[in-house]
Design a protein around this ligand. Structure first.
Ligand code: GDP
Ligand code: MN
Length: 375
């Protein structure tokens, strides 16, 4: 479970990691905290996803009017489908250097991995791809714990002076304590800023608590905020739905098959817009399922991939045929079907007017991308 930046920063304060002065607001407040009056500030959209800076979710403001306008803009901005309900307003930092500092789990070795880079900031993902050696990694056995000397020598390699090295190591230790005590899968500071006057301040904060440990922290539970409005709508009727950013709507029975469908589409150069899991048990929801897929305005075509087993293809086909008859389908539909009940299922869909029917999902996937190019 991801925490909001302002929640993570509150934890930072409890562990003596310095953060910028600031407060979180749900509504524009002309007062905006006495401590910030007359100082340049940054407005930060509180959404449970990264990449806010690049999406326009971080706004510097120098006047009361800029604060008011920025506040309004951020509340209506969607970042990866998510809309902020709260805005964090902080003093603006004089940034001299941005450091990346983080912990995650290396599952294959059952270790904690500590990561640090002298080139933190918004391009860290790009850096991980193009120059992975610029991010130093250290795997830590949880039984050994945090080794200060080891970490200090690692940080020393980044060329900081001794005082800064020791301060970064202290922050790294505090973040390690948070990571283990809160049972996290991610704890990250990006950027950890060195200011013009040489202070270290955590400008951003990312903490994610293991789902299995979430019950120990009832104060943070807020499941609905991690889902987009369409995901929430699907969950209400027990359909598994995940929103992505391409233009091919995907549906199928079973999460594993849906994953494979995404792979097929990607292999042929297409981009999935979402995937929605239906099954024999929920076949009567086919109409609602198609409605949810089509509610995403980016969807230009739907690819349905079904493997009949306990959930039978003929039953799913019946649901789909009813959905088609209701007239809601306004994009091409390509179906692959095999397994239990597929012969009857394909017949039902043919009678419902579906032209693109396949047994093999790779053939079907190839066709989806071909059709898409003609639209
Ligand atoms: P993210 O894009 O979601 O990771 O949001 P961050 O909180 O990390 O902010 C993104 C970027 O905005 C940072 O890397 C900084 O370059 C910049 N930024 C954030 N806060 C400040 C600030 O107080 N002053 C200045 N000058 N830049 C800031
Ligand atoms: Mn960041």
């Amino acid at each position: 479970m991801k925490l909001y930046e302002f929640e993570a920063k509150k934890i930072f304060t409890e562990y003596s990691i310095p953060i910028p002065t600031g407060s979180v607001y749900e509504q524009y407040n002309a007062d905006r905290g006495r401590h910030l009056t007359n100082k340049p500030v940054v407005l930060k959209s509180q959404v449970l996803t990264g990449g806010r800076g690049k999406a326009g979710g971080i706004k510097p403001a120098f006047t009361e009017e800029e604060v008011r306008n920025g506040f309004k803009q951020l509340l209506s901005l969607r970042i990866k489908g998510l809309q902020a309900r709260q805005i964090l307003i902080e003093e603006q930092l004089d940034i001299k250097r941005e450091i990346y500092l983080g912990y995650s789990i290396l599952r294959s070795k059952a270790k904690i991995v500590f990561m640090i880079s002298g080139e933190g900031g918004m391009d860290i993902e790009e850096l991980a791809r193009t120059r992975p050696e610029a991010i130093i990694k250290l795997s830590i056995d949880i039984l050994d714990g945090f080794n200060k000397n080891h970490v200090e020598s690692l940080i020393g390699k980044l060329g900081f002076d001794e005082k800064t090295t020791l301060e970064i190591a202290d922050i790294a230790r505090a973040l390690y304590r948070i990571f283990t005590e809160y049972e996290c899968d991610v704890a990250e500071i990006n950027p950890l800023v060195i200011t013009g006057d040489g202070k270290l301040i955590a400008a951003d904060a990312r903490i994610s608590i293991y789902d299995e440990a979430v019950h120990k922290h009832p104060e943070y539970q807020k499941e609905e905020d991690t889902y987009t409005p369409l995901e929430t709508r699907a969950r209400k009727i027990n359909l598994g739905y995940v929103e992505l950013d391409g233009d091919i709507g995907v549906t199928g029975n079973g999460a594993g098959l849906n994953m494979a469908t995404l792979d097929i589409i990607t292999y042929f150069g297409g981009k999935p817009a979402n995937f929605l899991e239906v099954s024999g048990r929920t076949y009567h929801k086919a109409k609602e399922a198609i409605e949810i897929i089509l509610a995403n305005p980016n969807v230009k075509i739907i690819f349905g991939n079904f493997f009949g087993c306990i959930s039978r293809c003929d039953v799913i086909a019946k649901g789909l045929a009813e959905a088609i008859k209701s007239g809601i389908l306004n994009v091409p539909l390509v179906i692959a079907m095999r397994g239990t009940g597929s012969v009857e299922g394909l017949e039902t869909l043919k009678n419902a007017g579906v032209k693109e029917l396949y047994e093999d999902d790779i053939d079907a996937g190839k066709r989806v991308v071909e059709i898409l190019k003609t639209l």
